[in-house]
Design a protein around this ligand. Structure first.
Ligand SMILES: *[C@@H]1O[C@H](CO)[C@@H](O)[C@H](O)[C@H]1NC(C)=O
Ligand SMILES: *[C@@H]1O[C@H](CO)[C@@H](O)[C@H](O)[C@H]1NC(C)=O
Ligand SMILES: *[C@@H]1O[C@H](CO)[C@@H](O)[C@H](O)[C@H]1NC(C)=O
Ligand SMILES: *[C@@H]1O[C@H](CO)[C@@H](O)[C@H](O)[C@H]1NC(C)=O
Ligand SMILES: *[C@@H]1O[C@H](CO)[C@@H](O)[C@H](O)[C@H]1NC(C)=O
Ligand SMILES: *[C@@H]1O[C@H](CO)[C@@H](O)[C@H](O)[C@H]1NC(C)=O
Ligand SMILES: *[C@@H]1O[C@H](CO)[C@@H](O)[C@H](O)[C@H]1NC(C)=O
Length: 863
């Protein structure tokens, strides 16, 4: 892979969807319904209550089922894991007030419900006479958007009826089809729409008050995702705008300081929350640069439809009229010749908004809505700049808001075909081995993946022209990335991205990386791995991060780099280390993580730290449980079984609250390499932790991680390295030595003296029993991570309540965190070397018996 070319990323977007207040009828109260939720309903992870839907069913038959599989990006079980399913036309009936506007939100999670696979589900939805969806496939839509679930938001104009019938009709054109829905919200809202100018029709306006709308996009420009709870009363979601910006000219982001209050004056606060108005994007400080480009956003829309674009503005830096005046273009037509935010709003900190109506024809290119800002020098403003705080795009119609299902990008389709071939070749279901699919299209990557080509070009503009502190990587496939002038942008196909800006991974420039690490100063090195050096760094004026810089010579580095981005952007878990972003510029590649203030687990066990640093038995248990949770999530939480392959105490990091986080997902295997036409397999791992079965048979299963984790448990118990070559032969390997002693009943002799006598012996025994099982010779004799967790929690319980101890609950109760406030412990992981373990690298490229590096373990719950 050539660094100047493109970087293929496979990324998935967890997206939060949500609700609002709750309850019954009368037409003016919000209904938040979890479809198929029985009993008293349920709460989502944000604590919002979803009520059962059955009493609103008015006609037709339906059944309810639980989804057979919970996608890891579904952060909330409610309302997605239950569905109401209609095999023939059926309707809900809601009491409404005929003179009021309503939000109607529909939530869909295309899964397998009992024996009904949503692949076959095509249906239409009507709200009284208005068609909302037709021939709608939630499955196709989610696949194209690369999300696990999809929501649709409509704003229904007054219906002049005290009844709202929401009718679901399975499409007659498909066999075995059915309709389904997971959640419905019906919320009365104030009338927020009015007359708006028609762009391109000089002086004409359109009255949007009487029109029904579908929300297509809602962005907090220059800011972050805003959840329904944080909205100003209308439970809307606002997304980061970065993915929609065209090209590399992203301008700069601005944030109002805390004492700059947003003063709504006559504007209702429901128009947009203060967090939208307190962040913005502008063009930058260089007049000549700004004159040379348009700050542009692009939105994928359905052609032959009318769109309302609402722009939100609030100026909090300047306070005078004619300081900043700019033009607004919508679809290359001038919507505004001289936008002056202060002139419109009347002062600093006062928000305002402007609406524009635009007709997207049915010509090539009309499936995109372009929004561009450019300074207006003719008006002689003090600064040549432009500003935007928020943008909403709505589709308008009075009878039919439905559009075609989005098309998956060509690349996604190709990739899925390859995956299918791979699966049939390998029969059983899928196991994703970390490191296996680096480089992208080789075959095993994640289904819920978006493939993005990011072109990093030399910036043509003067250095410092974008003083933006950071950019957010556009992880999506909706539009051309790269500027037109170089012609190197590559369209990744058309997908509508209404709800996918969550989980973005930030892009850093090399300059920022240099600044953060004092030009990669050696004194900032906190570790060294196969990938390269790890530096401590500071970004955003004080936020500490760990920066992994790749060794440009190492091809392995490139693979690990990609694997790690793929994995970590897909996986989010309290006990997995979080990736903040990355940098790729020229030959340089860096990964940026949360800084783990307390370093590695290992250094708190035996690596020459102050005695104060020594962990108590309870702390060790809690750290082991945390790490076990992280691994358990890898093994079972994701769509694919993920095998870490390099579990060891230096890959278990501790944050300032001693919360354990599993790290280092970059262990790369040189997998089947399509380009080189041969299969080379490299067995990798760390001596002392390597599963002997894996070593012998080169069959990797999640039980290999369990073995390695067993060694970690013994390290916690005995406080010595997994491998210590300076000891007598029989003691070199901790796993063997501990097992030998355990079986002879002499384990006590090798337990860390720091915990012996200071902890409940029963807890130690329970723990040692569990560790022993983990390092069983044969994989099937080892416990699953889940069983192990149960035993570790039991051991913790014994330690905490020596008498009358009870077994922990079988389910996954939230584990109470260690919250030590030990400020003596200033953990520097400067002194440790992350790569100190000998690494086994056995290249069997030429071996005639090409070993199988991974086997397919059942995670049959796939899609
Ligand atoms: C709904 O309307 C009724 C009567 O019109 C009124 O008493 C009640 O306060 C209203 N509820 C809300 C939440 O506005
Ligand atoms: C709602 O559906 C009922 C039949 O279930 C029908 O009688 C009524 O006219 C419908 N109302 C509207 C406004 O479509
Ligand atoms: C639909 O299903 C029926 C019965 O299962 C079958 O005979 C028919 O061929 C199917 N039609 C299509 C178009 O698949
Ligand atoms: C607007 O102009 C750009 C080039 O500047 C072009 O690619 C795009 O198709 C145009 N959009 C419309 C809707 O005409
Ligand atoms: C900005 O966009 C407008 C409308 O598409 C176009 O006429 C103009 O040339 C663009 N300016 C630059 C510098 O790209
Ligand atoms: C509404 O949608 C229908 C069907 O797509 C279309 O024929 C009609 O022109 C649209 N009306 C408006 C005002 O966009
Ligand atoms: C329904 O949607 C599917 C998937 O997008 C498409 O292939 C099919 O042609 C559509 N059928 C109709 C009748 O529009």
């Amino acid at each position: 892979m050539h660094s100047r070319a493109c970087l293929l990323l496979l990324i998935c977007f967890p997206v939060l969807l949500n609700a609002a207040p709750s309850s019954a009828n009368g037409g003016n109260e919000s209904l938040i319904l979890g479809c198929g939720l029985g009993g008293g309903g349920g709460k989502d992870t944000d604590g919002r209550k979803w009520s059962p839907d059955d009493k609103y069913l008015s006609r037709g038959n339906s059944v309810t089922f639980k989804a057979s599989f919970q996608d890891p990006s579904l952060l909330s079980e409610v309302p997605y894991m239950t569905a109401r399913i209609f095999t023939s036309e059926a309707a809900y009936k809601f009491a409404i007030q005929g003179d009021k506007r309503y939000w109607l939100r529909l939530h869909f999670y295309p899964s397998v419900y009992d024996n009904l696979d949503s692949v076959n589900s095509y249906f239409s939805v009507k709200a009284n006479g208005l068609t909302l969806l037709s021939n709608f496939s939630a499955f196709v839509t989610c696949q194209a958007l690369s999300q696990a679930y999809v929501d649709r938001e409509y704003s229904l104009a007054p219906l002049d009826s005290d009844v709202l019938n929401v009718t679901f009709t399975p499409s007659g054109k498909h066999n075995e089809t059915f309709a389904f829905v997971n959640g419905i919200e019906l919320i009365q809202m104030p009338e927020l729409f009015d007359e708006a100018p028609l762009v391109g029709y000089d002086g004409q306006t359109m009255d949007t008050k009487s029109l029904h709308l579908q929300t297509m996009f809602r962005l907090n420009v220059g800011g972050q995702y805003i959840s329904p709870n944080e909205d100003s009363g209308l439970t809307r979601m606002w997304y980061d705008d970065r993915p929609y910006i065209y090209g590399s000219a992203t301008g700069v982001t601005n944030q109002a300081t805390k004492d700059e209050k947003i003063d709504y004056q006559s504007l209702p606060e429901s128009i947009a929350p203060p967090s939208v108005y307190s962040t913005s994007r502008s063009m930058g400080g260089d007049k000549n640069v700004n004159l040379g480009y348009n700050l542009t956003w692009i939105f994928q829309v359905d052609p032959d439809s009318i769109y309302l674009t609402r722009l939100h503005f609030c100026e909090y830096h300047y306070s005078k009229v004619n300081q900043i005046v700019f033009k607004v273009y919508i679809n290359n037509q001038t919507a505004e010749t001289a936008a002056d935010v202060i002139g419109w709003s009347g002062g600093k900190g006062i928000p305002t908004y402007k609406d524009y109506v635009m007709y997207a024809r049915d010509q090539p290119g009309d499936d995109k809505l372009w929004l561009a800002l450019h300074p207006a020098p003719e008006t002689k403003p003090e600064f040549y700049d432009a500003l935007l705080n928020g943008v909403e795009v709505f589709k308008l119609n009075d009878t039919d808001l439905s559009g075609p299902n989005p098309q998956p990008s060509d690349m996604l389709v190709k990739y899925e075909q390859k995956e299918k071939t791979f699966q049939t070749k390998n029969q059983t279901s899928r196991t994703f081995v970390i490191g296996s699919a680096a480089g992208g299209a080789a075959g095993f990557a994640l289904v819920a993946a978006i493939i993005v080509v990011v072109h990093h070009k030399k910036r043509k503009r003067a250095p410092g022209s974008y003083t933006t502190s950071s950019n957010w990587l556009p992880l999506y496939g909706s539009h051309t990335v790269g500027t037109k002038s170089t012609g190197s942008g590559k369209s990744m196909g058309s997908v509508n991205l209404s709800a996918m800006a969550q989980g973005l991974c930030r892009y850093f420039s090399l300059q920022e990386m240099k600044q953060a690490t004092k030009n990669f100063d050696e004194s900032n090195v906190i570790g060294v791995g196969g990938f390269g050096k790890v530096y401590k760094g500071v970004i955003d004026n004080g936020f500490k991060v760990a920066i992994k810089r790749s060794n440009p010579q190492s091809e392995q580095g490139v693979n690990e780099f990609q694997t790690e981005i793929e994995m970590l952007s897909k996986l989010r878990h309290k006990h997995l280390v979080s990736l903040i972003g990355f940098c790729e510029e020229g030959d340089e590649m860096c990964l940026v993580y949360d800084y783990m203030a307390r370093g590695t687990m290992r250094e708190h066990l035996y690596k020459g730290n102050k005695p104060l640093d020594m962990l108590t038995w309870k702390q060790r248990l809690e750290i082991c449980i945390g790490a076990a949770r992280g691994l358990h999530y890898l093994h079972t939480g994701a769509k694919y079984t993920i095998i870490h392959r390099d579990v060891k105490t230096t890959n278990i990091l501790l944050d300032e609250n001693w919360v354990a986080k599993v790290s280092d997902f970059g262990l790369s295997k040189t997998g089947p390499d399509m380009n080189k036409g041969h299969v080379s397999t490299v067995v990798k791992g760390s001596f002392g932790y390597l599963d002997p079965e894996y070593f012998r048979r080169q069959q990797l299963t999640e039980k290999s991680d369990v073995y390695s984790f067993g060694v970690v448990l013994f390290e916690a118990l005995c406080a010595r390295p997994a491998l210590n070559p300076s000891l007598p032969k029989e003691q070199v390997s901790l796993a063997e030595w501990a097992l030998y002693n355990k079986r002879r009943g002499t384990l006590e002799d090798i337990i860390d003296p720091n915990i012996k006598g200071k902890s409940n012996p029963e807890s130690l025994i329970k723990f040692a029993d569990a560790a022993e099982k983990c390092v069983s010779d044969l994989g099937f004799e080892r416990p699953s991570m889940n069983d192990l967790l149960w035993n570790l929690e039991f051991a913790l319980n014994l330690e905490q309540n020596p008498k009358g101890s009870t077994a922990p609950r079988e389910d996954e109760g939230e584990f109470s965190e260690v919250s030590l406030t030990n400020n003596d412990v200033a953990a520097h992981y400067k002194n440790l070397s992350l790569g100190s373990e000998l690494e086994v690298v056995q290249d069997s490229t030429n071996g005639s018996s090409s070993p199988v590096i991974f086997s397919q373990i059942g995670n049959p719950t796939g899609r």
